[in-house]
Design a protein around this ligand. Structure first.
Ligand code: KIV
Ligand code: ZN
Length: 523
């Protein structure tokens, strides 16, 4: 049906916009930039970098990504308000390929209760907004929010009007994750029959996962003519999340004969990108998650193992290496050299510059002294962690803990600040974690409230590293930090200090902005 892209399905990644909207998934600017670089390497077609009018932080992130990431289209979201559209345009303008994405809700429920607008008013606002956006930029996407619960005839009217006004992509969201595959397919076929000019635009699909059907619904839409899929890494997003990019891409690839379409994603980057997003957001990927979960390629039962030894195709429909998971899980140890470490890192999908390699290799050697065997997951954790904690200003030099049954725990820390100060502090607590956290707060003068503490084993064995993720409230906003170590109390201290460092860096950046003369910070 769609003549614009032929058999090519465009992958529109909204991890940095819809994904970031999920509770606990907000990311700092440098983290968004790392995710955007990973998405470029994954070769997605469009990166929705944020909602520029939502906050100055969102605006900065979209503008920075637009200025720095070359290759994919960079898109900014806007409501059908002139102010939002101007902000979105200013933010995406530096991109090689900018796109403005405007949206308005069309369903009766949203018209009545949320917008209090009549149908005519919705069409007028949509058309005016698309025209305004089009006066700035040639690539305009329009979304009819809650499209799947909109009367099909009204939806067709809205879509026809925005195409006439200059929209180049029209997105049909299942905002509430309410539809089912055959119903959604019927809706796309209905639009194909009733919308004038539909063959001149890219028809897009955007599904949420409230009933666990986001991927299935997106694929049904592709069968019915959609040629852009909106999705997020690991399926993160509002409520139950969005269509998972890795799942929908591997479904298109593994069942290419059925779908008959291509997409440009480099599937070998799926696993490293999934790990990166999970480590930055602190949203762990369940072990049994399709495509990128730890067990996705593990064969436990004897019958399956026997089949696998005879021929992998007996129990495998995809090869782990096709999604960037190494089959060998080679074990490195303390005699492994820099070369072997770099090779392994490369095979795991990390391209490290000299400085990053030096830092990660030093960590690897330190860990190899404490731990007999290092698995791929250890290497991944080292690389992610050295990257994340690279920017200080505080470094933990020493941590001493005394704790025991029926005893008050005591923690002492020695911290070094980037400006040269060295602080020693001690505190007591109900247990070793509380004692060490209080000592860190005293030493840095930053008091926070711990909301969540999670620990998981990075690899196998008694000497496995523990990865701690803490969620902390500071001055009314929520922050997350990570730490890894073979000692989980130390991992906890690293995670808490990670948050303290983020808070310090944020305060520093705000001070610098305030000191800068008006207009210098960012246009
Ligand atoms: O779910 C939704 O409807 C959206 C739109 C803004 C595209 O995220
Ligand atoms: Zn959405």
């Amino acid at each position: 049906m769609d003549n614009v892209t032929g058999n090519r399905v465009l992958i529109f990644d909204t991890t940095l916009r819809d994904g970031e909207q999920a509770p606990g998934c907000s990311m700092a600017l440098n983290e968004k930039l790392r995710v955007a670089s990973a998405l470029r390497d994954l070769k997605v077609d469009v990166i929705e970098a944020g909602f520029p009018a939502a906050s100055p932080g969102d605006f900065d992130a979209v503008q920075t990504i637009a200025a720095e990431i070359r290759g994919p289209t960079i898109c900014g979201l806007a409501r059908c308000h002139a102010g939002d559209i101007e902000r979105a345009w200013q933010a995406v303008r530096p991109a090689e390929r900018p796109r403005i994405h405007v949206f308005i809700a069309t369903s009766e429920i949203h018209r009545t209760y949320k917008l209090q607008m009549a149908k005519e008013e919705i069409i007028r606002r949509a058309v005016e907004s698309v025209r305004l956006a089009r006066s700035h930029c040639t690539d305009i996407e329009f979304s009819a929010e809650d499209a799947s619960r909109t009367e099909p005839s009204f939806l067709a009217e809205v879509v026809s009007a925005v195409i006439e006004a200059g929209a180049t992509t029209v997105n049909i969201p299942d905002t509430l994750g309410y539809t089912v595959p055959d119903e959604f397919s019927d809706l796309f076929q209905y639009l194909a029959r009733h919308v004038k000019g539909i063959d001149k635009v890219v028809l897009s699909v955007h599904c949420h996962d409230d009933l666990g059907m986001a991927v299935a619904n997106s694929l049904a839409a592709v069968r019915a003519g959609a040629r852009q899929i909106e999705c997020t890494i690991n399926g993160i997003g509002e409520r139950a999340g969005n269509c998972a990019l890795e799942e929908v891409v591997m479904a298109l690839r593994t069942r290419a004969g059925h779908f008959g379409v291509d997409c440009g994603v480099d599937s070998r980057r799926l696993y490293p990108t999934s790990r990166l997003v999970s480590s930055i957001t602190g949203m762990h990927v369940p072990r049994n998650k399709a495509v990128v979960g730890e067990n996705a390629f593990a064969h436990e039962s004897g019958i399956h193992q026997d089949g696998m030894l005879k021929h992998a195709s007996t129990y495998e429909i995809m090869r782990p290496e096709d999604v960037g998971i190494s089959r060998s899980n080679l074990v490195l140890g303390k005699h492994s050299g820099r070369h072997a470490f770099r090779d392994r890192a490369q095979q795991l999908g990390f391209s490290l510059d000299e400085e990053e390699l030096n830092r990660a290799f030093a960590e690897f050697k330190a860990l190899a002294d404490r731990k007999k065997e290092l698995f791929d997951t250890d290497i991944e954790a080292i690389i992610m962690n050295t990257d994340a904690g690279a920017s200080g200003p505080w470094t933990l030099e020493e941590l001493h803990i005394t704790a025991g049954t029926g005893k008050i725990a005591a923690g002492a820390v020695r911290l070094r600040h980037a400006d040269g100060r060295v602080i020693n502090e001690a505190a007591v607590g109900d247990g070793p974690i509380e004692a060490s956290f209080k000592a860190l707060e005293r030493a840095t003068g930053i008091a926070m409230e711990l909301c969540n503490f999670e620990v998981r084993s990075v690899s196998m064995g008694e000497d496995a590293q523990g990865e701690v993720t803490v969620t902390v409230d500071y001055n009314g906003s929520s922050h997350r930090g990570h730490g890894i170590s073979t000692d989980i109390v130390e991992a906890g201290a690293f995670a808490y200090l990670d948050v303290i460092n983020r808070v310090c860096r944020q305060a520093n950046a705000t001070e610098q902005k305030q000191e800068a003369p008006a207009g210098v910070a960012r246009a």
